[in-house]
Write a protein that binds this ligand. Structure first.
Ligand code: UDP
Length: 422
């Protein structure tokens, strides 16, 4: 990260080559993408978000920015600067936009407006396109003095049943954009009115250190280094420690299988919960403490974070090593972790919510579940039927290849840029 003269932080990404994706999506598709990007040569794009690390947005930006640069589009990524009290407020906005019932006070609104205003004033350069990510940066556009040709807000969260107090406060900010992007139609209120409303689901980078191939030997070696026995059954959830990801529910599912009446001969089952602590998520440690309390002294229940050195390669190893991946979210914007697991040929048991419904075809590449009982039954089924689990994992990989590879998302963005510049 580099401190900018204007006070924001610039995140530098490792270069990527678009031609490396030819073996995955084919020569024709890459040729067409390059053609599509031609009118945007040397145009300036800025991405603004709240953190360079942890969570789906930073995961997406790492690859997209590198590939846009390789396509000749001058693309930057800046991270806003804010005090912890701002992130306390924006986490409450995040939670209430996803439906929780908390009161939004005038003091919170003031903290929000002051911080986005200060951040907006830090940007002096001109840009052709600025993409503001999530509620944290949403208010900035309204206060921007810098000449921006086209402003875009991208909402990554599940706003299907928002608390109207927060939605009503933030809605005028949303309307200040030339385009707004949501992942699903059900995330947008029926009476919402935007200049341009676009739906773009996220995607994964199959060549990133997190998603590339890994030998069984390497996977096993890493598992042993984390005290996990690769020869026994493994179920895992990889997600921020966030109430919406329901890590406590995942522990209940594991306990049901291991100690409940439903166990049906799955011996020595191990649960792995991996959660990174994002800089802009002050709730992480609170939920982590609750997870540890519920985990207790069970040595087959392993909880690791980025503070235990669990980086991209370790996440990949846990995904490859698992027999079943859970993503038992109660609300979910998209859930990159689902696509990541499917890409590794693993079936996923996921909450029947938001973006998970785009990725799991019930009974085909995993199961959609609505409660702990269903999650328990489907996880047991997959653990007991490894051949079916393997078949489902294969179907999942095909779906990801078809719909959720970064090339598709680049096409969507470049099409949007071109549409806005007409
Ligand atoms: N992730 C990670 N380490 C962890 C937990 C999560 O690298 O310990 C990554 C995960 O692999 C995925 C991203 O963080 O790429 C989470 O994105 P997702 O869309 O699933 O959820 P979000 O955190 O954005 O709500």
């Amino acid at each position: 990260m580099k401190e900018l003269a204007d006070g924001l932080q610039e995140v530098r990404v490792l270069p990527r080559n678009i031609d490396d994706y030819i073996p995955i999506v084919g020569e024709e598709r890459i040729k067409n993408l390059k053609e599509l990007a031609k009118p945007l040569q040397n145009q300036k794009v800025l991405n603004l978000n709240a953190t360079a690390f942890g969570g789906g947005v930073s995961e997406l930006l790492k690859t997209q920015i590198a590939l846009m640069q390789d396509l000749g589009i001058y693309t930057e990524w800046h991270v806003m600067r804010a005090k912890p009290e701002f992130f306390e407020v924006t986490k409450i906005f995040h939670n209430t936009l996803q439906g929780s019932n908390m009161v939004i006070t005038d003091e919170m609104k003031e903290i929000y407006v002051e911080t986005v205003k200060q951040n907006a004033k830090m940007i002096a350069e001109s840009y052709d396109y600025v993409i503001f990510h999530d509620p944290q940066t949403l208010g900035m556009n309204y206060f921007m003095d810098a000449p921006i040709k086209h402003s875009i807000w991208r909402c990554h969260i599940d706003t299907s049943e928002p608390n109207m107090q927060t939605w009503d406060f933030l809605y005028p900010f949303m309307q200040s954009f030339d385009a707004v992007i949501f992942t699903l139609e059900e995330f947008v209120k029926e009476n919402a009115n935007f200049k341009n409303l676009v739906f773009i689901p996220p995607s994964i980078d199959p060549l990133s250190p997190k998603n590339s191939e890994m030998s069984e030997e390497e996977v096993n070696k890493l598992m042993i280094s984390y005290n996990i026995d690769p020869d026994r059954a493994i179920m895992a959830q990889i997600s921020r420690f966030d109430p919406w990801k329901d890590p406590l529910g995942v522990i209940d599912v594991y306990r049901n299988i291991k100690f409940g009446q439903i166990q049906k001969g799955i011996k020595g089952l191990q649960l792995v919960l991996i959660g990174s602590m994002a800089d802009d998520d002050p709730e992480g440690w609170i939920i982590y403490d609750r997870v540890m309390r519920r985990a207790g002294e069970d040595f087959d229940l392993n909880v690791y974070t980025n503070f235990h050195n669990v980086g991209d390669v370790a996440v990949k190893a846990f995904q490859y090593a698992s027999d079943v991946i859970l993503q038992k979210s109660l609300k979910e914007g998209f859930g990159l972790t689902v696509a990541e697991a499917l890409w590794k040929g693993k079936p996923v048991v996921g909450g029947k919510v938001g973006g998970i419904k785009l990725q799991i075809q019930d009974g085909v590449n995993g199961f959609l579940v609505s409660n702990i009982q269903e999650a328990t039954e489907k996880t047991v089924y997959l653990l007991q039927n490894p051949d079916i689990a393997q078949k489902m994992g294969k179907a999942g990989k095909e779906l990801v290849k078809d719909k959720f590879i970064v090339i598709r998302e680049l096409e969507d963005f470049i099409n949007l840029f071109r549409k806005l510049s007409l």
